[in-house]
Design a protein around this ligand. Structure first.
Ligand code: C2E
Ligand code: MG
Ligand code: MG
Length: 761
């Protein structure tokens, strides 16, 4: 016989979202309902008659109806989980119908036959609550993974095994009671299983509403079990203290509805820690099996426990797979895909760890290695060649490192080495060895490529006590090494400190240009047909007051981005033409090539300025060649063509510098007023070792001649290359083999010496 199972009282309310006033009103109402129900139980207990007697019967009904109202109110006030709370309201309403039916029948009939029509109300309670729980769970967990399912199953089965073993088996076994009284505790148990599973799926921080729901379901299991036991024993008393159990259970559902809804998502333990809950469950289930619940009479509890152990085993296997997957993806996230070296992310982790060693008084050296002119290789020979080269860098550098040292790729063509316990001299020696490794030729796809590297070193704790700052300082030192062509540089506060502040550097450059700190070095160009040096390329350097002689890589980009380029170019053109005048006066006629930047070619005044300077130094326009790079022509092509055409019309030569490395397009060769192509040194340097590079040189030569252009090959570093270029019919050659760029007076001496040598021959 199932009776009305409500009891207790207390406060229930809707969540705060409904607004303070409505919340207060509903809470007061809930309090009133709870009090009414408590009084009804009291009235029943003392056997009150009259008005109090009516209260004894009606109070429970009012409480249940009020609870339905609250759940509906909760659903209407907050949109989140609306469907779930409406289902809960439906469940309590169905339960209320069951209770009402039982009350009516038990008044009308001497013995109430079960199952009766109102049992449909009690039974409908369960599927509705299940649907509600499912909806709540769906709102929290968007996608149920296999591990979530398994966690749910393990926890649920363990709970079921225990409940079956202790509650059902203990109270009902062998009593032969009505099957109906067993059905309800079992249904409660299934609810509890569902909730335990849901809690396992959501993980920590499921929120108070899940706790209240679970508490309510647990109380239902307990109360219904005791109820069933008493019914079988014949000791159940309507309206007794046991009824409080159902009341408090319902109150828990009401309280669950009052909790502010939580945002979706789960907070599950990861890695091996994920095995804590299933592990505990499996252990508990094993204990149960050991206690002997596997024999026939307790077969249900035994089977559930066995199922829990099996599910836990499956969960363990899954966790190991997940942990392995996690380790793989962690490793991937820390590895540079191209080179297989640790990536930037690992560098920063390693630097954090290095901080601890620095704090402990140990020395840490950070070495930054940056390849020189790598971009050109990449742009001209293709990314496949560039990538293949980068892949060879790691093994080369590793030869100089110990097992514990960290070698990583910071990005692009920049690598970093973090080494412990090395002093300044040791770090410098290591940096030199690293650079030497990279200076040996690399073989890529049958080609022999020679590159160089600039290496910067910062040492802790001397330069900084934080490893991340050491990396920045090593980077600054590397830029110094690149700028001064020193190859290797240890951080120097006096020299590199400026580099930290870009604005300061811009100001220094502005002042440097105005104060005449720019100097030009000239690199001779040899006309191969005549064997005469008839031209030079002017290459700018900055005689920095504290940092020494700086090469263009150190300041050209800065000048460009700070808007100083037109001032710099004007200065360089003026200096170059002034020098040209001096040589001419000395009886040496040389054309001078000057590099110009994109911003010069969008400046409509530039041709007039050049014309004025040529006039001022009384030089013919053909004495000047302007070298432009292909990137210039990508910017504002129309204007660049207009400016270049005016210069060309005036008689100035126009050369395409670093030909082949930019975004080469044959279209602009037709459109531009060009007089010269200057093939980039990447192709020239590689031509003797690679037939592909040689083919590029040959075809460019043919193209240049077909368009009536002079072909200059730059970067010839040995006699073999010069011979090859001569035999191919190249017009002009420039490169270290002939001479490095020289200051004007040294160039004059070099020219004289050469002339004297020619005369001797
Ligand atoms: P660029 O115009 O292609 O200049 C040729 C560069 O190649 C020079 O470097 C020169 O020293 C170097 N070089 C010449 N022969 C060889 C060789 O045989 N082997 C090797 N490895 N290198 C060789 P530098 O002087 O450092 O100039 C670098 C770049 O800076 C120039 O490349 C040019 O783009 C830019 N630059 C130089 N002076 C100026 C300037 O006055 N204005 C502007 N806008 N840019 C300039
Ligand atoms: Mg040039
Ligand atoms: Mg060049």
């Amino acid at each position: 016989m199932r009776k009305h199972r409500i009891g207790g009282g207390g406060e229930t309310s809707v969540p705060a979202r409904g607004g303070d006033h409505s919340l207060l009103a509903v809470r007061l109402l809930a309090g009133a309902l709870g009090t009414t129900y408590a009084l009804s139980l009291l009235a029943h207990a003392v056997g009150a008659t009259g008005v109090l007697g009516t209260l004894a019967v009606g109070g429970k009904a009012v409480f249940l109806v009020g609870l339905v109202g609250l759940l509906v109110g909760r659903a209407l006030l907050a949109p989140q989980d609306r469907g779930a709370w409406l289902c809960f309201a439906g469940a309590v309403a169905a339960y209320f119908v069951g209770t009402l039916g039982y009350e009516l029948d038990s008044r009308r009939l001497p013995v109430v036959e079960r199952p009766a029509w109102f049992d449909a109300g009690f039974t409908a309670f369960y599927p509705l609550v299940c649907v509600a729980l499912f909806l709540l769970l769906r709102a929290r967990v968007r996608r149920l993974t296999s591990s979530m399912w398994l966690d749910g199953i393990v926890t649920g089965l363990t709970a079921a095994a225990f409940a079956t073993a202790f509650a059902l088996a203990g109270s009902l076994h062998g009593r032969g009671g009505s099957t109906l009284v067993i059905v309800y505790p079992i249904a409660d148990l299934l609810l509890l299983i569902l909730l335990a599973g849901a809690l396992a799926v959501i993980g920590r921080g499921a929120g108070a509403n899940w706790c209240f729901l679970t508490g309510g379901a647990a109380l239902f299991v307990l109360t219904d079990t005791v109820y069933a036991y008493r019914v079988v024993q014949g000791t159940y008393e309507v309206g007794g203290p046991l009824d409080m159990g159902w009341g408090i259970a319902f109150l828990c559902f009401g309280l669950a509805a009052c909790q502010a809804p939580r945002a979706g998502g789960t907070n599950r333990l990861d890695g091996v820690r994920a095995l804590v809950v299933p592990g505990i469950c499996a252990l508990a289930a094993l204990v149960l099996l050991l206690l002997g619940y596997a024999h026939e009479s307790d077969a249900l509890a035994g089977a559930l426990a066995f199922g829990a152990v099996l599910a836990a085993l499956a969960r363990t296997a899954l966790t190991f797979r997940e942990v392995q997957g996690l380790a793989d993806s962690r490793r991937q996230a820390r590895t540079d895909e191209l080179t297989g070296l640790p990536n930037r992310r690992s560098v920063f982790e390693a630097l954090e760890a290095a901080d601890d060693r620095l704090a402990g008084g140990r020395g840490v050296a950070v070495v930054v290695v940056d390849l020189d002119r790598f971009k050109e290789i990449n742009d001209s020979l293709g990314h496949a060649v560039g990538d293949a080269l980068l892949r060879q860098v790691g093994p080369r550098l590793n030869r100089e490192l110990r097992e514990d040292d960290l070698l990583a790729r910071l990005g692009g063509d920049e690598f970093v080495v973090v080494v412990d316990d090395l002093d300044a001299a040791g770090s410098l020696a290591l940096a030199r060895r690293l650079r030497a490794q990279l200076q040996r030729p690399f073989r890529v796809g049958g080609m022999s490529l020679t590159i160089d590297a600039s290496v910067g070193v910062a040492i802790g704790p001397e330069h900084s006590v934080t490893a991340e700052e050491l990396l920045q300082l090593a980077d600054l030192a590397m830029y110094s090494a690149k700028a001064t062509r020193a190859g290797v540089a240890v951080y120097d506060e006096e020299r590199d400190g400026d580099g930290r502040h870009r604005l300061e550097a811009v100001e220094q450059l502005r002042r440097g240009i105005a104060d005449g700190e720019l100097v030009l070095h000239y690199q001779p160009k040899l006309a191969l047909a005549s064997g005469v040096v008839d031209g030079v390329e002017a290459l700018v350097r900055w005689q920095h007051p504290s940092r020494g002689l700086l090469f263009p890589d150190a300041f050209i980009d800065l000048a460009e981005s700070a808007g100083l380029m037109s001032r710099l170019t004007s200065t360089v053109v003026e200096m170059a033409l002034a020098q040209c005048r001096l040589w001419a006066d000395d009886g040496c006629l040389l054309t001078v090539s000057v590099n110009v930047s994109p911003s010069n070619l969008v400046d409509d005044e530039f041709p007039d300025e050049v014309a004025a300077l040529l006039r001022r130094f009384d030089l013919p326009a053909r004495a000047l060649i302007l070298e432009v790079t292909e990137s210039i022509l990508m910017e504002d092509r129309e204007r660049a063509v207009r400016v270049l055409s005016r210069l060309r019309d005036a008689g100035v030569g126009v050369s395409i510098d670093d030909y082949g490395t930019g975004y080469s397009s044959l279209a602009y060769l037709a459109a531009l007023p060009v007089t010269e192509l200057k093939l980039d040194r990447v192709f020239v340097a590689a031509m003797t070792g690679s037939s592909r590079a040689a083919s590029i040189v040959t075809s460019t030569l043919q193209l240049a001649h077909a368009l009536d252009l002079v072909l200059v090959a730059e970067g010839a570093e040995d006699q073999a290359t010069v011979d090859a270029l001569t035999s191919l019919g190249c017009d002009v050659v420039q490169g270290y083999h002939l001479s490095r760029p020289l200051p004007p007076e040294q160039l004059r001496a070099w020219l004289r010496e050469r002339q004297a040598a020619d005369e001797r021959v």
